[in-house]
Design a protein around this ligand. Structure first.
Ligand code: SAM
Length: 286
């Protein structure tokens, strides 16, 4: 079947450096975002017979977990990224999780079977859509009437910045010709929506969901064992590689050292942990 892709920049990024880096380092990324598993799965309330759809499943940990919670049902992970899906399939097979499956597709336009799922989940996979209302209408069509949506999405409402933890992107900006912003070149390439309660509610009601509820939750992101390890990892992230692509190596080294020095006071026995918040959103298909 021919694959339809609406979010072409995201497709390129997640099938390029960014996706390969996630596929090669699943444990590192899990240490960053795994703190949201408990609130996400608490909100999803997956039952033993549920059919679960995981949007933007990446390397598949949440899909595997959903499959284990639904031993008489099944879980399908859908993602743009071939390298991340390859990793997801390999691990599910290694762990013998037979009721987890994976498909490559753009969730905004993917031809999901109508009403075939009881629950849709996503951990950070739903804020990259060029047309979020269209994407969530398409995702909603995969849910049976009364089916539930539970997604974790970033929190850009500002409170997250009040932790006192160093703003690493601001520090990097001192070494760059222009301040780095995640919402950059165009709306497709850069996630800019679904990260405030107002955005989320507007998009989901427009897409035909009801009973939308948004809850802020806190979690720590483990960046590395030491400040140096964390700084090295941060400088491997896709957006950071993009910002520094024209910077000379010496300037980049100085930037990395500045980040390491800022993180040094946060080195603790368990590693460098960044406090943060995210939004857990629940809704029902009308
Ligand atoms: C931040 S990663 C999160 C991955 C995974 N959910 C996790 O928590 O480890 C975002 C994921 O969303 C996927 N993604 C982005 N846009 C997508 C789209 N339009 N359709 C399907 N997947 C998409 C990316 O390929 C990537 O795997």
């Amino acid at each position: 079947m021919e694959r339809t892709i609406a979010n072409t920049h995201q497709y390129e990024a997640w099938n390029g450096y960014e996706g390969r880096h996630w596929a090669r380092n699943p444990a590192r990324y899990e240490a960053m975002v795994g703190g949201f598993n408990r609130p996400l799965f608490g909100a999803a309330r997956i039952g033993p017979g549920d059919r679960v759809l995981d949007i933007g499943c990446g390397t598949g940990l949440t899909t595997r977990r959903a499959a284990l919670k639904a031993p008489h049902g099944r879980a399908l992970g859908v993602d743009l990224s071939a390298p991340m899906l390859e990793r997801a399939r390999t691990v599910a097979a290694e762990k013998g999780i037979a009721n987890a499956a994976f498909e490559q597709g753009d969730a905004q336009v993917h031809p999901f079977p109508a009403g075939a799922f009881d629950v849709v989940i996503s951990r950070g996979g739903t804020w990259y859509f060029a047309d979020p209302a269209a994407a969530f209408a398409n995702i909603g069509s995969a849910l049976r009437p009364g089916g539930r949506l539970a997604i974790g999405t970033p929190d850009s409402t500002g409170d997250a910045a009040d932790t006192g933890f160093p703003d690493l992107f601001r520090i990097m900006g001192e070494f760059l010709p222009e301040p780095p912003v995640l919402a950059t070149e165009d709306a497709e390439r850069a996630p800019a929506t679904m990260s405030t309660p107002g955005d989320v509610e507007a998009v989901l009601y427009a897409a035909g969901f009801t009973s939308v509820a948004v809850e802020r939750c806190s979690a720590e992101a483990m960046l590395g064992r030491t400040a140096e390890d964390a700084a090295d990892f941060v400088f491997e992230w896709g957006p950071v590689r993009h910002w520094f692509r024209h910077t000379d190596p010496e300037t980049e080294l100085r930037a990395r050292e500045a980040v390491r020095a800022a993180l040094a006071p946060y080195e603790a026995a368990g590693g460098v942990r960044q406090p943060g918040t995210g939004l857990v959103v629940t809704a029902v298909r009308g």
